[in-house]
Design a protein around this ligand. Structure first.
Ligand code: MBD
Ligand code: FE
Length: 298
């Protein structure tokens, strides 16, 4: 036989790992019986590979406990931990590969920890910017970055989808989502828009700015220990949904942003990088952006 037909022997005695896997009973949950042996195998192999000590393992247990204790409906530290090690982006990529039915659908991107259900349903052409007053510390920047965002929601065969919901949210110019920031009104920079007969949606918002993910907890400590920065490129989040189609969770990235090439949570895709154009003759917006979302059936 050729030499690459010879099965490779594991570098270690796998008897112990096999024993743990074999403890799974015949009535185990089917999906768990499928995934747990693999998880155990990889975790054991990891611990062996790095010679993990009891003290290191215990530090990791404490770390995860701390993430859990810090999490509530305003902050999800465990999710943030997954984000900085690329896990949320990876499972998003796997999920869209499993579920997508065509190549023409708009790529997905991760939801992130700051989504809120029940953002106000607003008429097309209205603004998600609340209480924009000259007394705000970031008023000038908000005016300079004011933007009109418009486009259509289409099926992957190119037909406009009427009655789709475009659910949108982004951070303020100070880099904080409204639920992180006492000084912002409830549901600031959030809204849901229903597409018209031509599949169109339209709203006023701001060009998004780069901002650091919350780095005052364990996830931030890990970034520091890894000599990494906490910045995400400026982005606008979307969840686009319509009856008969698979909901699309995605983000758009402003091409002016240097962090596009070094997102702290690894969520940028080329197709989601957009160009804002100067807008003439609109007192409410200095910039405009046009973007069509393509949904897959399912
Ligand atoms: C964010 O704002 C975000 O969008 C993601 C994905 C992770 C952390 C903070
Ligand atoms: Fe975000």
């Amino acid at each position: 036989p050729k030499s690459d037909d010879v099965p490779k022997k594991p570098q270690y005695d796998s008897t112990f790992t096999d024993k743990v896997i074999a403890a799974t009973g015949p009535n185990a949950n089917r999906r768990l019986a499928e995934v747990m042996p693999s998880l155990v195998r990889h975790l054991h192999a990891f611990a062996r590979e790095v010679n993990l000590t009891v003290a290191e393992w215990m530090a990791a247990v404490e770390f995860i406990n701390e993430c859990g204790k810090m999490s509530d409906d305003r902050r999800n530290e465990t999710q943030l931990l997954c984000d900085i090690i690329g896990l949320e982006s990876l499972v998003d990529e796997i999920t869209s590969k499993v579920l997508s039915t065509s190549d023409s659908e708009t790529p997905s991107a991760i939801l992130g920890p700051f989504y809120r259900h029940n953002a106000p349903l607003l008429p097309n052409g209205s603004s998600i910017v609340k209480n924009l007053a000259p007394s705000l510390p970031w008023y000038e920047q908000a005016v300079a970055d004011s933007a009109f965002v418009t486009g259509r929601v289409l099926s992957n065969s190119g037909e406009p989808i009427q009655g789709a919901i475009v659910d949108v949210w982004h951070a303020a110019p100070n880099g904080l989502y409204e639920q992180q920031d006492e000084s912002q009104p409830d549901m600031n920079f959030r809204g849901r828009f229903k597409t018209d007969a031509l599949g169109g949606y339209a709203f006023y918002a701001l060009r998004p700015v780069p901002y650091p993910i919350p780095d005052d907890g364990p996830a931030g400590r890990l970034l520091t220990l890894l000599d990494r920065h906490p910045y995400r490129p400026g982005h606008i989040h979307f969840v686009v949904s319509a009856p008969g189609f698979r909901p699309l969770t995605t983000q758009l990235y402003d091409d002016r942003d240097e962090y596009i090439a070094k997102d702290a949570v690894f969520a940028v895709k080329d197709e989601l990088v957009v160009k804002f154009s100067p807008r003439e003759g609109d007192p409410n917006a200095r910039w405009s952006l046009q973007y069509d979302f393509v949904l897959g059936r399912g």
